[in-house]
Design a protein around this ligand. Structure first.
Ligand code: UD1
Ligand code: CA
Length: 466
């Protein structure tokens, strides 16, 4: 028996007040429709058809060939949306699940439970329902005197009595595929919104004498639908808690989970400690026994084992095992920090490699450079990589010493075992075992202090301090 799924994702999402299609809004770094598809993929469907709006190329770009598509030219309602899949699924037997792209919190486990219930009941349709504390805006499940589902009524069409029902339609259903499309052709749009409602097929099937079942899930939060930015933030909270709890179960210490923001899909090894206010985003991997200090932000980066990041920002960079950075430093794209490297405070590294054990303690900028191992970079060193038009590259060999406040003007090569004297502006290569020194020579003028205005001021202060 075939098992297929239709994902409804064609609505523009007026209530979001956004240029972006609603289902592309992100929850913990992943578009809502992608969350849904990811869970659906775990249930081994024969076909997954996503209904997209006219011009929803961005949805297609994002999901690629993970799903088939049907285009709904005009958004005439959820029932009309499902009909667009008839070309692909109309002749199939078996079961079709329908879900929405704006309910990002559902899990594959819940879907499996729903299939099982649907099978057991031998139903033509099974609605996944939940009890909502505040059911406003959801479709309500209307049951008859003996508790059997008779129909679903939308918020805008509900009588005062119906509006009090707190059992809601989660927007997830299982159908006998043939009966679904049969009933869909009978759906009319004579309702408050002038739309073809998918939930109307329930009433239609019921009247035709089909078995309609309802499977009530116990966790309402999982069924949350996101129609506006308020719901988006609530869904993000739920997802964030879920992500953080999973990391903690896997052995990560999160000091303040309510204030730690980790994207879906981030990997973190055991015994790593995450301090408050940290954001870890995108395609990021962090090893074991590391410490990510308060208010650090890490995006699309790879961090090894036993690494310490102290209140720093890291984007598209790599930090190898046992290295450390911060406080208040910035690793920018293509920074690669070697093993046991120390990058201290107020440093920036961009498109540059620092070899193992190299140290760069304070206030330096390294851009467009290859640095070897065991180098000492003094305080305030600047790799001068930009002439206003082009970027230039510099190299520094192993065991070299770059004195404080030097400018390394690229393109230039500083050999291994060489020395740059503090305060130098280096424009020529420095060879092995050489010292490069490039600064004005110091001259001391005897007695000159007494010719300066500070001399009188000093005398006066000395008198007063006696
Ligand atoms: C819908 C249900 C409601 C349920 C709720 C659960 C209907 C009429 N109502 O309401 O019973 O409680 O979901 O979250 O189905 N879409 C299209 N084409 C359209 C219209 C919508 O593809 O023409 C898509 C949207 O992109 C969205 C989904 O269908 O992903 C649901 O549409 P939405 O307008 O959000 O319905 P709700 O008002 O939330
Ligand atoms: Ca919705």
């Amino acid at each position: 028996m075939e098992k297929n799924t239709i994902i409804l994702a064609a609505g523009q999402g007026t209530r979001m007040k956004s240029k972006l299609y609603k289902v592309l809004h992100q929850v913990c770094g992943k578009a809502m429709v992608d969350h849904m598809l990811t869970q659906v993929e775990k249930t081994n469907m024969d076909h997954v058809v996503t209904i997209i709006g006219h011009g929803a190329e961005k949805v297609r770009e994002l999901l690629g060939d993970r799903t088939e598509y049907a285009v709904q030219e005009q958004q005439l309602g959820t029932g009309h949306a499902v009909l667009q899949a008839e070309k692909i699924l109309g002749d199939k037997d078996g079961m079709t699940m329908i879900v929405s792209g704006d309910t990002p919190l559902f899990t594959a486990k819940t879907f499996e439970n729903l299939f099982e219930y649907h099978r057991q009941k031998g139903a033509a349709a099974t609605i996944l329902t939940a009890r909502a504390e505040n059911p406003f805006s959801y479709g309500r499940i209307v049951r008859n005197e003996i508790g059997v589902v008779s129909k679903i009524v939308e918020q805008k069409d509900a009588t005062t009595e119906e509006a009090e029902i707190n059992e809601i339609n989660t927007g997830v259903y299982c159908f006998d595929n043939q009966k679904l499309f049969g009933a869909l052709h009978q759906v009319k749009n004579d309702n408050a919104q002038g739309e073809y409602y998918l939930p109307d097929v329930i009433g239609i099937m019921k009247e035709a004498g089909e078995i309609v079942a309802a499977y009530e899930m116990d966790d309402f939060s999982e069924s949350m639908g996101v129609n506006d930015r308020l719901a988006l933030s609530k869904a993000t909270k739920v997802m964030q808690r879920r992500i953080n709890e999973e990391h903690m179960v896997n052995g990560v210490t999160i000091i303040d989970p309510e204030n730690t923001y980790i994207d879906y899909g981030v990997e973190i090894g055991a015994d790593t400690i995450i301090e408050p206010g940290v954001q870890i985003q995108g395609n990021t991997k962090i090893g074991s026994d590391s410490v990510i200090g308060a208010h650090s932000k890490i995006v699309d980066s790879t961090i090894g084992d036993r690494v310490t990041v102290t209140s720093s920002q890291i984007e598209s960079a790599v930090m190898h095992n046992d290295s450390n950075v911060g406080p208040h430093s910035h690793l920018r794209p293509k920074a690669e920090i070697g093993e046991f490297v120390h990058v201290g405070n107020y440093c920036e590294v961009k498109n540059a490699k620092l070899g193992a054990r190299t140290k760069m303690g304070h206030l330096s900028y390294v851009g467009d450079a290859d640095l070897g191992t065991d180098i000492n970079i003094g305080c305030g060193v600047v790799f001068v990589n930009y002439d206003g038009v082009n970027k230039h590259h510099a190299t520094v060999g192993d065991y070299s010493f770059i004195g404080s406040n030097s400018n390394i003007v690229a393109p230039v090569n500083i050999a291994d075992h060489s020395y740059v004297a503090a305060g130098s502006t280096i424009t020529n290569d420095v060879n092995q075992f050489e010292m490069g020194i490039a600064r004005g020579r110091q001259v001391n003028k005897e007695g000159y202090f007494k010719k300066l205005p500070v001399y009188d001021a000093a005398l006066k202060a000395e008198q007063e301090n006696k």
